[in-house]
Design a protein around this ligand. Sequence first.
Ligand code: FAD
Ligand code: FES
Ligand code: FES
Length: 496
Amino acid sequence: MSGASIRFVLHGEVIEVDNVDPTRTVLQFLREDLGRKGSKEGCAEGDCGACTVVVAELTRDGDELALKSINSCIQFLPTLDGKELLTVESLAPDSSSLHPVQRAMIDEHGSQCGFCTPGFVMSLFVLYKTNPKPSRQEIDDALAGNLCRCTGYRPIIAAAQSMYAESPDDSDWLRQPCGKQDKPTERITRLKGLQRADGLEFDVAGRRYYAPVDIDTFAAIYARHPDATILAGGTDIGLWVTKQHRELQTVIYTGRVEELTNLSVMPAHIEVGAAVTLADVMPVIIDHYPGLEELFRRFASPPIRNAGTLGGNIANGSPIGDSMPALMVLGASLVLRQGDSVRELALEEFYHDYQVNDLRPGEFVAAIRIPKNEEAVIVSSQKWSKRFDQDISAVCTAYRLELDGEVVRSFRMACGGLAPIIKRARTCEAALDGKHWNEQNLERACAALASDFTPISDARASADIRLRAVQNMLRRFYLETRGEVDTTVYSYGRQS
Ligand SMILES: Cc1cc2nc3c(=O)[nH]c(=O)nc-3n(C[C@H](O)[C@H](O)[C@H](O)COP(=O)(O)OP(=O)(O)OC[C@H]3O[C@@H](n4cnc5c(N)ncnc54)[C@H](O)[C@@H]3O)c2cc1C
Ligand code: FES
Ligand code: FES
């Protein structure tokens, strides 16, 4: 592997950075090293969006560029290697020639104190470039990771609706300094020149960073350094550094490993490399299981989903992680690799206790296997949190129901937020298996949930409320299967 400088494009120039601490964040680098202070730090934990920047990277075939918003406050700088970084300063060369997004924000009074504005502008910039006619819901979804405490959002949404009417962004993308215009093809060529055939490796004051490009090398490095931290999207790990001030000695990055970033739809299952981002995998899962659409739309925010991975969600193993209940009821399994040996394990056998899983020293999640849908199977998931958007679940449930007429051929339910680990509700399931799918049996199943879980009280909900909530969520699922409730809770009085 080669090193030791990181190379990425900023403002039309290739930037090379030497001797960087592997966990220095992109935001620290922008503000403290470059004095590029448009991107702000609000929360330093991926919640507020004030630090939102955009990354352009080559698609897998290398022929196109994909634009993704990310939270620069929790993204480690070395992960930018081989990519292009766009900040709010990239959008317009001077204040007399604003980008249409910026012009619309001014015209619609979308900025008051201005602290959140650069982040909103960058999220809107991605929307502007990727969706020529967004619906109101698509605008809300695009802005789910940006908070504003001044405007009440109405003017920002008005700006999102009117930005297309401004004189168009006539550059292929945006302007470069001195009026220089870059065509996408030039950007692609430049980024191709930055790709590494043999990965990146460096050591700064004893702290090591590895970004291998193939799984054999990855496995060999991890076998040599079983105490290393595997870094995927960093949306959990970033907070260990910014909030818990943990020092990571050795970091091995998954994001460049070809096999770990593969996503394939096979005849019987979907094979998801552990480093495939949530943004990339969700549409594929929803395609097979439309009942999971709302869950995934409410999973964090676009910048978190653009960086965070399915493998990271599973390996992190939070008892309130959102993907696991659904994957468990679908019967997903994990491909685990340690050195040269590979084994497959059902996801529901992966978690032993709070933060304790089945991984052995030097072993990692290589892929997730999700069985494909069978006809006549109903799959759904419900997330209960204090806010609709960008909030961690208090309780998250998932269901898989197979009916033979009115009789339950098989029922699976899994829950997060009710125990130290996410797990199946076995007693509840048994109360329904082989029984009639009716209200009487449903009530027995609801009562059985009290034997499956002994929830605790915390800041999100009391134990009693959690149990009642999950019973009501099951009742809601029953009504949904009867067509008696709207399957989406989105509207909240908003227009579409
Ligand atoms: C603002 C915000 C909102 C969030 N909202 C949600 C939400 O709504 N729902 C939810 O479930 N989560 C949420 N999260 C948590 C987080 O985004 C997810 O858990 C995400 O999927 C983590 O993936 P990652 O790639 O960023 O993992 P990382 O942070 O890179 O890693 C997480 C853990 O997994 C380990 N790991 C990663 N890949 C592997 C591998 N291949 N093999 C073995 N170990 C591995 C790492 O070593 C680390 O221990 C949120 C986080 C933030 C900051
Ligand atoms: S500073 Fe709040 S999301 Fe980054
Ligand atoms: S304008 Fe003040 S926080 Fe949004």
